[in-house]
Ligand binder design. Structure first.
Ligand code: NDP
Ligand code: GUE
Ligand code: MG
Length: 286
């Protein structure tokens, strides 16, 4: 039996349409238009493409975009000064500092400088801590999108054996916490995990975020599992491919998400959702 496809692109489109309605309603009720400040330092071509895609999605959803592109030589204190300005700007409800930052800038310092009330990426330690406590405010976009993708299948998360492969602060760790919050039994794997294939085979929900092309092969997947592939890797031919060996795995999984067209578009949709939610909180509507 072939797996059913979790179409992140279509789901993201639905989210964006709902957000367009919500931001129009918010404007009508309160005169507030949700605003996102995007800050990009340097000239990494992939980052420029990502930020452009995020801005385009914002505009379609009725979110005001305040674009800042800074030269690679920008100092940490110049960047901090810009963030302070955006923290104080009432037109701005979300601040995105695109990663990675140039090496001479300490991203931990930068992410902590963003007001936790405007942290649309959910990367500030305050918001991370709130998630750990089980009272999330802003949730990181990629794991939040993964949860919505699982929910879209109708497969309940509660009571399931979930295996998260990867433990980064922006994907694996927050995703594991979000699954725990929804009463899954969660295992987190990483590069030191022994017998990873055996652990993965236990998974009813298998969530993979490691950054290794086609790493998860069919022998690592339980029949009928929900498989979500966060990885974005470039093949030698320059094509985008995930961490999961899609073709063979899709022959035994119950559900599977593709790359491209899976988690990536949902990540962007969740950034917009966080921005609109933030604007609603400002307006006292939630
Ligand atoms: N579509 C989207 O919106 C997004 C996609 N991504 C993609 O997701 C992937 C992961 O990103 P990110 O979390 O930032 O990556 P990081 O490089 O920060 O973390 C990778 C994690 O994978 C683990 N890992 C690496 N190799 C193995 C292995 N052989 N076996 C088991 N675990 C392993 C590492 O373990 P250890 O901790 O032991 O080193 C680490 O925890 C990347 O491809 C990235 O491009 C990321 C963010 C957003
Ligand atoms: N502060 C910050 N927040 C982020 O959320 C953030 C970041 N920095 N730095 C980089 C990563 C990566 N990331 C992606 C978002 C969308 C796609 C996406 O939409 N990808 C399309 C394909 C795009 C293509 O063809 O290249 C897809 O998967 O279908 C991918 C990757 C967000 N990130
Ligand atoms: Mg990373």
């Amino acid at each position: 039996m072939a797996a059913r496809l979790i179409d992140g692109k279509a789901l993201a489109q639905q989210v964006r349409e709902r957000l367009a309605t919500e931001s129009a309603e918010l404007f009508e009720k309160s005169g507030i238009r949700p605003g996102l400040a995007t800050i990009l330092v340097g000239d990494d071509p992939a980052s420029h493409v990502y930020v452009k895609n995020k801005q385009k999605a914002c505009e379609l959803a009725g979110i005001y975009v305040d674009d800042h592109k800074l030269p690679a030589a920008t100092t940490q204190s110049e960047l901090l000064a810009l963030i302070e300005k955006k923290n104080a700007d009432p037109k701005i409800h979300g601040i995105l500092v695109q990663l990675p930052l140039p090496k001479h800038i300490d991203s931990k310092v930068i992410l902590e400088a963003v007001s936790p009330l405007k942290d649309a990426d959910g990367f500030h330690p305050y918001n991370f801590g709130r998630l750990v406590e089980g009272h999330p405010v802003f949730e990181a976009c990629t794991p939040k999108g993964v949860i919505k993708m699982i929910e879209s299948t109708g497969v309940p998360i509660e009571g399931k054996r979930a295996v998260v492969v990867g433990r980064s602060n922006i994907v694996g760790k927050p995703l594991a916490l979000m699954l725990l919050q929804r009463n899954a039994t969660v295992t987190i794997c990483h590069s030191k995990t022994k017998d990873l294939p055996a652990v993965c085979r236990e998974a009813e929900l298998l969530l993979v975020a490691i950054g290794k092309a086609k790493f998860v092969t069919a022998d690592m997947v339980r029949e009928g599992a929900v498989v979500i592939d966060v990885g974005t890797n470039k093949t030698p031919e320059g094509k985008l491919c995930g961490d999961v060996d899609f073709e063979p795995v899709s022959r035994l999984a119950g559900w599977i998400s593709p790359v491209p067209g899976g988690v990536g578009p949902m990540t962007i949709a969740m950034l917009l959702e966080n921005t609109v939610e933030s604007a609603k909180r400002t307006a006292g509507l939630t």
